[in-house]
Design a binder for this molecule. Structure first.
Ligand code: SF4
Length: 255
């Protein structure tokens, strides 16, 4: 069946799912903290169908899962990653804090299943903020297992106030944590610079310049949408994938 492409989506190349807003962490820089009242999670079957349907029409290069902590719902993550692989999507990525259960054996088994389902990149959120509440040892075991099964699959994804070796206590601590992983042979992404939203506004305001306009790096041009972002409740661009055909939602999108 042919679908007319909405011109506002002509550059669409990525589908992302905040799988849930629930999380095992309580990070003081978290931009999503004010969303955690929503206790649900994405339905893997519906999300997998969306990935298959949309990838058949648009040139989707990237499917991304994050949260909250997405691996609190591993089976739904597996379904989505598997659909992405079957659809020929090149980048199939999960962002995780690496601590979704206290059972280390379960976490290692999940690492194996995640790779088996088609995930080919794990961005590991490790830094001074995450490690205030998330035990580093357990995360290292999970990362080690991923790397043992698929060398190079893990990339560190730290959050910084200013950047590596900057003169503030958070970045100094993050630099130390990152070095622990790089000494295990795990490489790092440049990570994210924290912007004032959610918890960061409440707890880290002293690090933001008053009056300065900060740009949310995740904000998209609504007239040239490159990413479809589906909420844990199935919401998408004013519609809902649980109740409607995704192409009905996409075709009525007006920015
Ligand atoms: S920053 Fe990530 S790990 Fe930390 S509380 Fe927020 S969603 Fe959870």
């Amino acid at each position: 069946m042919q679908h007319l492409k909405n011109p506002l989506l002509k550059n669409l190349h990525k589908i992302e799912f905040p799988v849930t807003y629930l999380c095992t962490g309580k990070c003081r820089h978290c931009s999503e903290a004010d969303k955690s009242d929503f206790k649900g999670h994405i339905r893997g079957d519906a999300a997998a169908k969306l990935v298959a349907d949309v990838s058949a029409v648009y040139d989707i290069e990237n499917v991304l899962l994050f949260g909250g902590e997405p691996l609190l719902y591993p089976n739904d993550c597996f379904l989505i990653m598997s659909a992405a692989r079957e659809a020929g999507v090149k980048k199939r990525c999960v962002i995780t804090n690496g601590w979704f259960s206290k059972d280390v054996e379960f976490n290692c088994k999940t690492a194996e299943k995640l790779i088996g389902s088609g995930c080919n990149r794990v961005l590991l959120s490790v830094d001074s903020f995450h490690q205030e509440t998330i035990p580093l040892e357990s995360v290292m075991i999970f990362a080690n297992e991923l790397e043992r099964l698929s060398p190079g699959i893990v990339k560190l994804n730290p959050a910084w106030i200013k950047g590596k070796n900057a003169e503030n206590p958070y970045d100094k601590k993050t630099t130390e944590i990152v070095e622990k992983f790089t000494s295990m042979g795990i490489s790092e992404n440049k990570g994210n610079i924290i912007f004032p939203a959610g918890n960061a506004l409440k707890y880290l305001s002293e690090y933001f310049e008053p009056g300065k306009e900060y740009i949310n790096p995740y904000e998209e041009d609504p007239m040239d949408l490159r990413t479809l972002s589906i909420g844990p409740d199935g919401s998408l661009l004013g519609g809902n994938i649980y109740r409607e055909n995704v192409f009905d939602i996409l075709s009525r999108y007006k920015g």
